[in-house]
Ligand binder design. Structure first.
Ligand code: PRP
Length: 205
């Protein structure tokens, strides 16, 4: 039995579709249930940012999560496979009329991705104050909470609709299949078996 943590929403849906193609079976969560057990798999529905935590603590053997979340959490996990879904970028955004003032002693950044933001600006030797928010990041520069944001851009609509522009792309992201390090040893054949089957389905898409 393999336990797999999925991030609630579209990625969980698309991952289950990949499993359906791979095993020719239906994998569907019943209305409000958070656990789906079928055949050799037990799927868990968790919050996006919590997926690496479930896997790190071995509450799940495997997980599906964006590379952005993996980099932000920076836990020791096995990165098995890029599923090629949930593609997005992590970007620095500012109001259309603004630009990054490199002479400013300190730039104020609002983000839910504090570590990625800090690392990015420290590499550029820019002093930043990072304000952690939990959502609606695009609002922060509009009301003077920050000079710039670090946030996910998928279609770019949210930034555009709010009069913001991308000034830098920090990283590209997509959903990855990850494994707990101990599970990867104790359930190696099961995990590799799944890995090769999914890989084949993805290659033939
Ligand atoms: C993300 C991100 C942006 C939006 C970008 O939020 O924080 O607000 O998506 O998408 P777009 O470029 O297609 O407009 P998400 O919907 O994941 O919600 P969250 O803030 O609750 O994480």
């Amino acid at each position: 039995m393999l336990t797999i943590a999925l991030p609630k929403g579209r990625i969980a849906q698309e991952t289950l579709e990949i499993f359906e193609k791979t095993f020719n079976e239906e994998f569907k969560f019943e209305n409000r249930k958070l656990i789906l057990q079928k055949g050799d798999f037990k799927f868990l529905l968790v919050r996006n940012q919590d997926v690496p935590i479930y896997v790190y603590h071995q509450a799940a053997d495997l997980g599906v999560v964006g590379l952005d979340v993996l980099r932000e959490k920076d836990l020791n996990l096995v990165e098995l496979l890029d599923l090629g879904i949930g593609k997005c970028r992590v970007c620095v955004g500012m109001k259309n009329e603004d630009s990054l003032d490199l002479n400013k002693p300190e730039i104020k950044i609002a983000t839910k991705m504090v570590n990625i933001a800090k690392q990015h600006f420290s590499k550029k030797a820019m002093a930043v104050e990072v304000v952690k928010l939990y959502g609606s990041i695009e609002l922060a520069p509009l009301v003077g909470l920050c000079d710039a944001i670090v946030d996910i851009v998928e279609t770019g609509n949210t930034m555009r609709e709010n009069g913001l522009k991308v000034v830098e792309t920090i990283m590209h992201s997509s959903a990855h299949l990850i494994a707990n390090q101990n599970s990867f040893i104790s359930k190696k054949s099961e995990i590799l078996n799944l890995y090769f089957k999914i890989k084949e389905v993805l290659e033939n898409r």
